[in-house]
Design a binder for this molecule. Structure first.
Ligand code: NAX
Length: 325
């Protein structure tokens, strides 16, 4: 029997947390032979709801679920954790400016970065889902100087999966036939969903769709998909966000498929002209539990302008929280 892996989930009683905890516990993330200790973190007023989640998790009798810790103390939740899924965040309240939201969340993620630094496994892999995800990941990273800075990542995988699904629908194919889509930059409306490298059943995607559809339909639909889900459901994406978080960690730990890549928000290292200092969506391949930014892709003027615009937004977000990083 393998040694259990400690997986922390913050905001575990929230919408995404509720969809995520069961799939992680049932082996959907790290495989059916990997025992999981779930460490669930919530704020104090949500502990009663969290107890309900714990009861349901126990009632599933999952063979892979070894132990559950449910707490409102980040140092208890992050103790020796190998994977930290930082989902819990402050939603935008009535009358709240974007700047207030940024600051409220910055405080959460600086405190959680410090707690991870104090007690997590030294090689903990961190995925930030809570918005603004890229900037929150940067704040957590900067507040955890004793952990590997490469291991602080943000989720753009939902956007990547949305891009696959839109292109599959347009070309009458299945998402598994699509390779090498990219989400560059921020998980926000400035993200740049890039199909210049993408293939559908081995054929260049942009030879199968016209430029007008790509520029005027595909890009905005992917960028605005979160808002479209809220409009339709009255609530933000939850199951698809949880599924993307599972995909992100599974591929990081177990590896990406040969001949393909995925998009992850990772610390910029100067690749593609994006200077160090932000968490930026890049195409990556993963092997042996590590990721590498795909190098050497050509970037045309259309792409360059969009990649720079989303970088500019990340710099503005960073400027808004400069006291905390
Ligand atoms: P919910 O409001 O349903 O749940 C959030 C949960 O977090 C609540 O139960 C709350 O009590 C808890 N929480 C708040 N502060 C906490 C703290 N300091 N420590 C621990 N728990 C805390 O939101 P949900 O729909 O689950 O969304 C969670 C976050 O994901 C939001 O910030 C949302 O904007 C973001 N999203 C990010 C996506 C991405 O692709 N990166 C897509 C989906 C989603 O919009």
């Amino acid at each position: 029997m393998k040694k259990p892996v400690n997986v922390a989930i913050t905001g575990a009683a929230g919408n995404i947390g509720y969809a995520l905890a069961f799939r992680v516990a049932s082996g959907g993330m790290l495989g059916p032979d990997q025992p999981i200790n779930l460490h669930l973190l919530e704020i104090t007023p949500s502990l009663a709801a969290l107890q309900g989640v714990v009861m349901e998790l126990n009632d599933c009798a999952f063979p892979t679920l070894n132990k559950i810790v449910a707490t409102d103390d980040a140092k208890v939740a992050f103790k020796d954790c190998d994977v930290a899924l930082l989902v819990g965040a402050r939603p935008r309240g009535p009358g709240m400016e974007r700047k207030d939201l940024l600051l409220a969340n910055a405080q959460i993620f600086s405190a959680q970065g410090k707690a991870l630094d104090a007690v997590a496994n030294r090689n903990v892999r961190v995925l930030v889902v809570g918005n603004p995800a890229n900037t929150n990941a940067l704040i957590a990273q900067r507040n955890a100087p004793n952990l590997n800075p490469r291991n602080f990542t943000a989720m753009v995988r939902l956007d990547h999966n949305r891009a696959l699904s839109q292109l599959a629908e347009k070309t009458g194919s299945h998402s598994t036939q699509i390779k090498k889509a990219i989400i560059w930059g921020n998980h926000s409306a400035t993200q740049y969903p890039d199909l210049h490298q993408a293939t559908v059943d081995g054929k260049p995607a942009l030879s199968l769709v016209d430029q007008k559809w790509y520029a005027e339909t595909f890009i905005p639909v992917v960028q605005q998909r979160g808002a479209a889900i809220i409009k339709a459901r009255g609530q933000s994406s939850a199951a698809s966000a949880a599924s993307a978080a599972i995909d992100h960690i599974r591929d990081w730990v177990l590896g990406t498929q040969e001949g393909d890549w995925v998009s992850m928000g990772v610390p910029s290292d100067g690749s593609y002209g994006i200077p160090e200092g932000v968490i930026y969506g890049y195409p990556v391949t993963c092997k042996n539990g590590d990721y590498q930014i795909v190098q050497g892709l050509s970037v045309n003027d259309f792409s360059r302008a969009r990649m720079d615009a989303t970088h500019k937004e990340l710099l503005e977000e960073k400027d808004g929280v400069k006291e905390l990083i």
